[in-house]
Design a protein around this ligand. Structure first.
Ligand SMILES: NCc1cc(CSc2ccccc2)c2nc(N)[nH]c(=O)c2c1
Ligand SMILES: [Zn+2]
Length: 371
């Protein structure tokens, strides 16, 4: 079956859809759990499935360095290695090189860098990034791009975006098309309307299976991010999925879905789970806070996850104070479940035509934790 996206409903700019892939279907809007080095941190594959997640992320940069793309392929691919038979989206590696690698140099051919793990030298080109994602057997492949720094002048942003556009063409030419597999272009252009328009138009020419909006959530703030979504989302094909990279908080997700985004990823729920921060329908709680020491109630009474149905806030408080590994495990499980519920309930609201009311009620619930 082919890689396809069904648009099932709209409420203003918000969309509800179904993504069909070789590894299964994904209802949208959807939140993708980040499994950077071939694992969603502190979670077994069964635990990730139990959160309601349908698609997870892998990372070209981390996996090419360790255990190595050819080794993953020899071992049967990332799905087999992770025991995750569902769809996997892999980032192309450029973003991580610029944020993690040492001695990096970028030129027209690609990016040269040394591994942050063992100092070995690497040259990542659009062609090599596509080959690595093929070896990983990624369901959705991302083009190699440059995430323009923020802030950037119009000239810097134009130069960076045009390099990404040339790399997108080379990535598209190097992509091995297969039934049920897709490749996404990544719109750049920083905070400049004309550059976002130029980037989107060039990428539409290459007829990708989906489109990501890159270069946001890089310090511009929510207001500017929303302004760029209002400009960029309408430039993308209505019948193809839109993925906002590296976003965000629960509030970011509600506002970005309202502006036409279908797919998200962020380390926020997993990282917060490891640092005792729980996202709930009543707001964010720091479970290390002494006020939870005798609190025998569930973290979130509206949540059906194992953490909320079998344990209490007092137990979570104890686990984090005692630095027990079960603390991060349970809270990661909960946070990912909360993010999935946000998307699932949002999708129902979009299909029912009351997404605005859903957002208002959800935000009102978050206020409770502040009192
Ligand atoms: N902070 C925003 C952000 C995040 C990511 C990383 S998203 C990710 C992370 C891990 C695994 C899979 C995807 C990006 N990736 C690319 N290729 N381009 C961007 O502009 C960009 C911007
Ligand atoms: Zn829960």
């Amino acid at each position: 079956m082919s890689f396809s996206f069904d648009l099932l409903g709209q409420d203003g700019a918000a969309r509800a859809g179904m993504l069909h892939t070789a590894h299964g279907d994904v209802p949208t809007p959807t939140f993708m759990a980040v499994g950077t080095a071939g694992t969603v941190k502190a979670m077994t594959a069964d635990a990730v499935r139990a959160t309601g997640a349908k698609i997870v992320l892998g990372n070209t940069y981390h996996l090419m360095l360790r255990p190595g793309a050819e080794r993953v392929a020899r071992l049967g691919g990332l799905h087999k290695m992770m025991d995750w038979p569902g769809p996997i989206l892999t980032d192309s590696g450029g973003f991580q090189v610029m944020s993690l690698a040492k001695l990096r140099k970028m030129d027209e051919t690609g990016v040269t860098f040394r591994s942050h793990i063992d100092g070995s030298a690497h040259h990542l080109t659009p062609e090599r990034s596509m080959e690595i994602q093929y070896l990983l057997d990624a369901t959705i492949t991302m083009v190699l791009d440059e995430c323009t720094k923020f802030p950037a002048t119009h000239e810097e942003a134009a130069k960076s975006m045009r390099l990404s556009t040339r790399w997108a063409k080379r990535s598209r030419d190097a992509f091995v098309a297969r039934d049920g597999y897709g490749q996404f272009g990544i719109v750049q252009g920083n905070v400049y309307k004309d550059l976002r328009e130029e980037s989107a138009a060039a990428l539409r020419e290459l007829n990708f299976e989906g489109y990501a909006i890159g270069g946001l959530a890089v310090g511009e703030g929510q207001e500017m991010m929303y302004a760029m979504l209002d400009i960029t989302a309408p430039l993308l094909p209505t019948g193809k999925p839109r993925y906002l990279m590296g976003v965000g908080t629960p509030d970011d997700l509600l506002g970005s879905v309202a502006r036409g985004v279908d797919m998200f990823d962020c380390v926020m729920p997993t990282r917060a789970g490891r640092t005792a921060r729980g996202f709930t329908s009543h707001g964010v709680f720091n479970l290390r806070n002494a006020r939870f020491i005798d609190d025998g109630t569930p973290l979130d009474e509206n949540c059906g996850c194992l953490c909320c149905t079998r344990h209490t806030r007092a137990y979570l408080h104890h686990l984090f104070r005692a630095q027990e590994i079960l603390g991060p495990m349970l809270l990661t499980m909960h946070n990912l479940t909360y993010y999935q519920r946000l998307m699932q309930d949002g999708r129902v609201a979009i299909l029912a035509g009351n997404y605005d009311e859903y957002c208002q009620a959800t935000r009102a619930g978050w206020e409770e934790a502040k009192h």
